[in-house]
Design a protein around this ligand. Structure first.
Ligand SMILES: N[C@@H](CCC(=O)N[C@@H](CS)C(=O)NCC(=O)O)C(=O)O
Length: 191
């Protein structure tokens, strides 16, 4: 999951920090969207998480996490886009309610609907993973398409919600979590 640990970059990414710093002027100066992540890689400043993953993989691990053949590359792109435009928007309202909204203002219907939508999408991912070791990549090797998706699923597992069983998603998540680069991500509490 954490791409920096998979690259040979000595300092692959200087993160601006963590939640709570995004409104500071120094963060706004390098990402006017006021969001993390944003990296400064030897003077090259870049925001948008999927663009960051594509950049780091392309610059530091071209040919492995960043596939060079067109179909493998497109497959990695597909899962990066899917988590950004399908899974994250589905589960996002639950995250906002449970992590960003004071308890007295929370709307349980919003959480319930978000979980229902997320479960529909997880069924799609589970069906894919039933016949693939990783969402993207070759038989025994993940590709960059697994990284943002893995982060999203990590967040889903940590939300205080009821979850349906998705055995192939769970198997894939365990495999990702065991990788050295993922340990710093799975060890983090939601914030
Ligand atoms: N499309 C952006 C979304 C970034 C985003 O939503 N970042 C969240 C954290 S995951 C954020 O900075 N929220 C402000 C906060 O948590 O204070 C990307 O993929 O980088």
């Amino acid at each position: 999951m954490s791409l920096g640990s998979h690259t040979n970059a000595s300092r692959p990414a200087a993160n601006t920090g963590w939640c709570g710093v995004v409104t500071k002027p120094e963060c706004r100066a390098i990402n006017p969207n006021g969001l993390i992540p944003v990296i400064d890689d030897d003077g090259f400043v870049l925001c948008e998480s999927s663009a960051i993953v594509r950049y780091l993989a392309g610059r530091y691990v071209e040919g492995t996490l960043s596939p060079t053949d067109a179909s493998s590359r497109a497959d990695a792109d597909r899962w990066m886009d899917w988590q950004a435009v399908s899974f994250n928007p589905a589960i996002g309202p639950a995250f906002v309610q449970l992590l960003r909204t004071p308890v007295v203002q929370r709307d349980s219907v919003v959480v319930e609907n978000a979980c229902l939508e997320a479960e529909k999408r997880l069924a799609i991912l589970d069906a894919h993973l039933a016949s693939h070791a990783f969402a993207a990549g070759a038989a025994h090797t993940m590709a960059m398409g697994d990284i943002p998706l893995g982060c999203s699923i990590d967040r889903w597992f940590k939300l205080p919600i009821a979850r349906e069983s998705h055995p192939y998603v769970e198997r894939w998540y365990q495999a990702l979590s065991a990788r050295a680069g993922a340990k710093q991500v799975v060890g983090l509490a939601l914030a």
